[in-house]
Design a protein around this ligand. Sequence first.
Ligand SMILES: NC(=O)c1ccc[n+]([C@@H]2O[C@H](COP(=O)([O-])OP(=O)(O)OC[C@H]3O[C@@H](n4cnc5c(N)ncnc54)[C@H](O)[C@@H]3O)[C@@H](O)[C@H]2O)c1
Length: 353
Amino acid sequence: MPHLLVTGGAGFIGSEIVRQALDAGWSVRILDSLRADVHEAAPTLDDRAEFAFGDVRDEETVARSLEGIDAVCHQAGKVGLGVDFYDAPDYVSSNELGTAVLLAAMTRAGIDRFVVASSMVVYGEGSYRNEAGEKVRPPARRVTDLEAGFFEPLDPATGTALIPELIAEDAPLDPRNVYASTKLGQEHLASSWARSAGGRAIALRYHNVYGPGMPQNTPYAGVASLFRSALARGEAPRVFEDGAQRRDFVHVSDVAAANLAALDATASVESSSFAAYNVGSGVVHTIGDMAAAIARASSGADPVVTGEFRLGDVRHITASSDKIARELGWRAAVDFDAGMAEFATAPLRSGRS
Ligand SMILES: NC(=O)c1ccc[n+]([C@@H]2O[C@H](COP(=O)([O-])OP(=O)(O)OC[C@H]3O[C@@H](n4cnc5c(N)ncnc54)[C@H](O)[C@@H]3O)[C@@H](O)[C@H]2O)c1
């Protein structure tokens, strides 16, 4: 039986990976520090897995938790957009230092299979073309445009709205906030480690993950969970901008399955290799669609479009997930309407803010 370490295995995505890995025949150990800001109460863990309480930044804990391990799936980290810039040291430490300590310990232990949770945020604004069909990288949106209710990124040459398209893995990387920069930092560390230590590393760039167990009431909660919480309070979901922001919503069970496919692949890819894959459903929806789907499924109030905005938000970001289908044989299986209907009443996880 192969042995897997899942860091962050008590979290939203990690716990689903743990469950699927156990079902697939892995022996699983979880390493998790049970961060107080994301776990209000002790999480319920799959009792088939071994649990190691500790921090990925702690060398001794990590060395101990790697004993007898064949492959590592690294989910531990600080997630979300952050509250303000004072969060920066915690992001860099939790995400980049944590990954560096883990990879150094793996090298010492002779473990060469590594899968890391990355994110669509490494791309910044998504991919766009102008009216002539040429690719254009949009500059950051201007506050005056946003305040005037004009949300589409503009072609700097003509001032006309750009047309969004699906983004592929070879698109330029352009992290636009601290969290995004640390997710890209984790990818760079994984690729440096693969080269210098002969490792086999895969980074999975998750798009908007949703599903049962999603965190709520934390400063880092995703938008799907904020809408759910509003509906549970009997309020209408408040949709920012004009609700037409395009996203790719992917169910947590599909994301876990992508991790298992990537872990399998690390057994056979060349040593000293690194690859990054988008993990999305491949189907474009808007934030407004999502709010409406959850409201419908819970028979709640219709969403209200508020025109509010957050400066760090990107307008559209949707992925092509063709590369992972072609190379690793993974495709999302959960349909948007069915997934959102289930999510509308699924249990969520509380955290302290
Ligand atoms: N949820 C999403 O939509 C999404 C999208 C893209 C990428 N990701 C990435 O997926 C991974 C998992 O995210 P999630 O949504 O499950 O978050 P989560 O907060 O539910 O889970 C993260 C887990 O890691 C643990 N943890 C945090 N720092 C740790 C440390 N230093 N040492 C040990 N354990 C630590 C936490 O206690 C928690 O159990 C993260 O790396 C995140 O950046 C998530």
